[in-house]
Design a protein around this ligand. Structure first.
Ligand code: HEC
Ligand code: HEC
Ligand code: HEC
Ligand code: HEC
Ligand code: HEC
Length: 370
């Protein structure tokens, strides 16, 4: 009863008082440190790829703020072009802030992108933060409310889907009714240490706020299983996507297969000669067109297509190869390019590691019989 009362109470009152990220450190030091290393803490000012692409789309309007700078105290002006990102404004540099995530009251489904509806905070009272702790301990900085809506919808406000003004899909990571419980399980595993430094409730663990993803070498190995089957002149590569989202959910990225057969240490066959895109079945990514011509930035595209691998599903790639012999070694790797080669035609990236392909994982097999 108390929970319901508080929940509706905060929705009905007006005026927003927000707290910056740093203010949480005093009590939630572990969570704060994890979060600072995460990509949610990256902003227009610290994520080179984001900034360059945003400026290439428009040097006036910063409509990306909706998801990348949602806490901005002048969000509407950023979106309409009346204001620009300002590195002296904490509500800008705090990026996807603690306070923002923990005050999402519900997510409104919408055609082009979903909308995060914030709880209104009562003037003169401590802010109310939502989470999923059972019986949260009290403190003098904020009230805590266990809100099931939170676990269910919290990721879908930004990660679900995005269409441009011409209704072309820029990304689609979640199904309309998909909840966020699975996302939290994989991306926020329970780690040691209480939710708060006193840990009066003796929890001993908390949900990690590092939000590991494609940038983490160990974590990214866990998303896809690769299996090989060879016989005669045929190689079959089975990819199984274990994630609750498609293989590609960011249009700047590509993932591709590099398959090789080595005989006495020499490569006798590879699935492409120079560029991985020559092998169309093993090259996953988005492509966009404007009036029939290929373009790089999806913002003004009039059509688009994607070669993808859906959530929780498999695909078998078939290759015709030279006849394999005993002792031949077959190596198959799944690679990612964080910013596909095309990006360099519209932006210059100082960080070369964005363009250079990185190995996600590889498997090898040695032929034992003739
Ligand atoms: C509807 C919400 C939404 C909007 C609006 C949005 N983005 Fe994003 N963006 C995301 C999400 C969610 C991710 C993380 C998904 C991922 O990495 O797959 C992301 C990731 C990115 C990345 C990859 C970041 C990296 O470090 O590799 C780039 C680049 C990017 N966005 C550029 C933009 C630009 C430029 C705009 C504005 C023109 C924009 N986004 C608008 C939701 C959005
Ligand atoms: C003065 C100390 C203090 C500060 C500062 C503080 N918190 Fe807390 N917070 C607590 C305590 C204590 C709990 C309860 C922990 C428990 O029960 O294990 C808590 C619980 C929470 C919860 C869980 C709520 C629930 O119902 O599950 C969230 C979310 C949270 N805090 C977010 C924040 C954020 C975001 C900030 C910064 C804007 C912040 N806190 C600042 C002390 C603090
Ligand atoms: C307010 C919008 C917003 C919400 C809500 C949100 N995210 Fe994100 N998320 C983003 C954006 C934007 C990025 C890309 C940031 C960048 O790279 O600059 C991102 C990046 C990520 C990444 C990529 C990390 C990496 O290094 O590759 C993961 C994983 C992620 N989010 C998981 C989640 C999960 C799980 C939830 C729900 C608990 C969630 N996000 C809620 C906006 C959001
Ligand atoms: C079974 C575990 C699992 C589940 C469930 C899961 N993910 Fe992921 N996710 C991963 C792994 C592993 C990666 C990194 C490997 C990759 O991207 O191929 C990843 C990557 C990401 C990225 C970064 C992609 C990029 O290119 O920048 C985002 C954003 C993300 N996940 C968000 C989510 C959201 C939102 C949900 C819930 C709909 C979710 N994840 C559910 C395992 C999972
Ligand atoms: C992208 C959204 C997002 C951001 C940003 C975020 N959190 Fe959380 N936080 C969550 C989710 C989701 C949970 C619930 C995880 C669960 O219940 O398993 C959570 C849980 C918590 C809890 C309760 C601990 C627990 O084990 O459930 C605290 C305390 C908390 N967050 C504080 C913070 C602080 C402090 C920051 C900033 C330094 C922050 N959060 C940033 C999404 C977010």
């Amino acid at each position: 009863m108390k929970v319901l009362f508080l929940f509706f109470g905060v929705l009905l009152t007006v005026h927003a008082k927000s707290l910056d990220n740093h203010s949480c450190k005093e009590c939630h030091e572990n969570i704060y440190n994890e979060y600072q290393q995460s990509y949610h803490a990256k902003s227009y000012f610290t994520d080179e790829l984001h900034q360059k692409v945003a400026d290439a789309v428009s040097t006036k309007r910063y409509a990306c703020a909706r998801c990348h700078m949602p806490m901005a105290n002048n969000l509407k002006d950023l979106i309409s072009g009346k204001a620009r990102p300002d590195k002296n404004n904490k509500t800008h540099t705090d990026a996807i802030s603690c306070f923002f995530c923990h005050t999402i009251a519900y997510v409104k489904k919408s055609h082009r992108f979903n909308i995060n509806i914030k709880s209104r905070q009562a003037d003169g009272y401590k802010p109310t933060l939502y989470g999923r702790l059972v019986n949260p301990d009290e403190n003098d900085k904020h009230s805590s409310v266990n809100n099931p809506i939170y676990g269910k919808h919290v990721c879908s406000g930004c990660h679900s889907h995005k269409l441009n003004e011409n209704n072309v899909t820029i990304f689609a990571a979640m199904q309309p009714n998909q909840d966020s419980i699975a996302c939290i399980k994989c991306h926020m595993p329970e780690v040691e240490g209480g939710a708060e430094k006193m840990d009066k409730r003796a929890r001993g663990h908390h949900a990690s706020h590092r939000f590991l993803g494609i940038h983490d070498k160990a974590f990214r190995k866990t998303g896809v299983d690769i299996n090989l089957s060879v016989s005669g002149e045929s190689l079959e590569v089975t990819l199984h996507n274990k994630m609750a989202h498609p293989l590609i959910i960011q249009p700047a990225r590509v993932k591709f297969i590099k398959a090789q057969i080595k005989r006495s240490g020499k490569i006798i066959w590879q699935n492409y000669r120079e560029k991985p895109e020559e092998d169309r079945q093993g090259y996953f990514g988005y492509s966009f067109q404007k009036e029939g011509k290929k373009i790089i930035l999806p913002a003004t595209a009039t059509s688009g297509s994607v070669h993808n691998l859906d959530a929780k599903s498999s695909v078998v790639l078939h290759y015709h190869t030279p006849r394999v012999q005993k002792g031949d070694k077959i190596i198959v790797g799944l690679w990612v390019q964080l910013a596909k080669s095309d990006c360099t035609s519209i932006v210059t990236l100082e960080d070369q590691s964005l363009i250079k392909p990185e190995l996600i994982k590889s498997v090898a097999h040695v032929v034992k019989t003739q």
